[in-house]
Design a protein around this ligand. Structure first.
Ligand code: CUA
Length: 181
């Protein structure tokens, strides 16, 4: 069988590497090392640690907290109106416990995020600009408390942005933010 491609001449596989190629390989190697160490450096120098605090909590304990929160909240057609500045949201396959909720703009809330089963991510987006978003990865066993205020009233979608199973795309909730004056 003949090949339509002509083989290169001579012992092409045993030629020494061209000096320029060696230099490029060196530059690429040094740059990779620089980027790799900068990942670690930027976490420290760039103040990249996530805001808020985390606590260990079992899914059962967190479910109790969410139930207490929902009992204390006022239930309206648009969702739960929290009794105080604490807001609880739990992810589970495939819905959000604690949502929908009605909040006020300008009020600084303590958002408590956790999961009952697997890793989810609470992704919050204003309806008028869905590409503006905040994302909180949530894990079973940990409660993440994030202090946060909504500047503007409006409808905010809450979706799951961590693939969690065949109903992942149906995990949808809302924050309705009313004018807090
Ligand atoms: Cu929960 Cu994807």
């Amino acid at each position: 069988m003949t090949s339509p491609i002509d083989p290169p001449d001579g012992n092409w596989w045993s030629e020494p590497v061209n000096r320029r190629e060696t230099i490029w390989l060196g530059i690429a190697g040094a740059w990779s090392l620089f980027l790799f160490s900068w990942m670690s450096g930027w976490v420290r120098a760039g103040d990249q640690n996530p805001t808020g605090e985390t606590y260990e909590v079992s899914p059962e304990q967190f479910r109790e907290k969410v139930n207490e929160y929902k009992e204390a909240a006022e239930e309206t057609g648009d969702g739960y109106v929290p009794a105080d500045e604490h807001v609880y949201v739990a992810g589970q396959r495939f819905q959000w416990d604690g949502l929908p909720a009605v909040l006020e703009s300008g009020t600084r809330y303590q958002f408590h995020f956790s999961s009952y089963d697997v890793q989810h991510a609470t992704n919050i987006r204003p309806e008028h600009n869905l590409s503006a978003q905040m994302n909180f990865d949530i894990l079973p066993g940990y409660e993440w408390v994030v202090p946060m205020a909504f500047d503007e009233p409006g409808e905010y979608h809450v979706i799951c942005s961590e693939f969690c199973g065949d109903g992942h795309r149906t995990m949808h909730g809302t924050f309705t933010v009313v004018d807090g004056g």
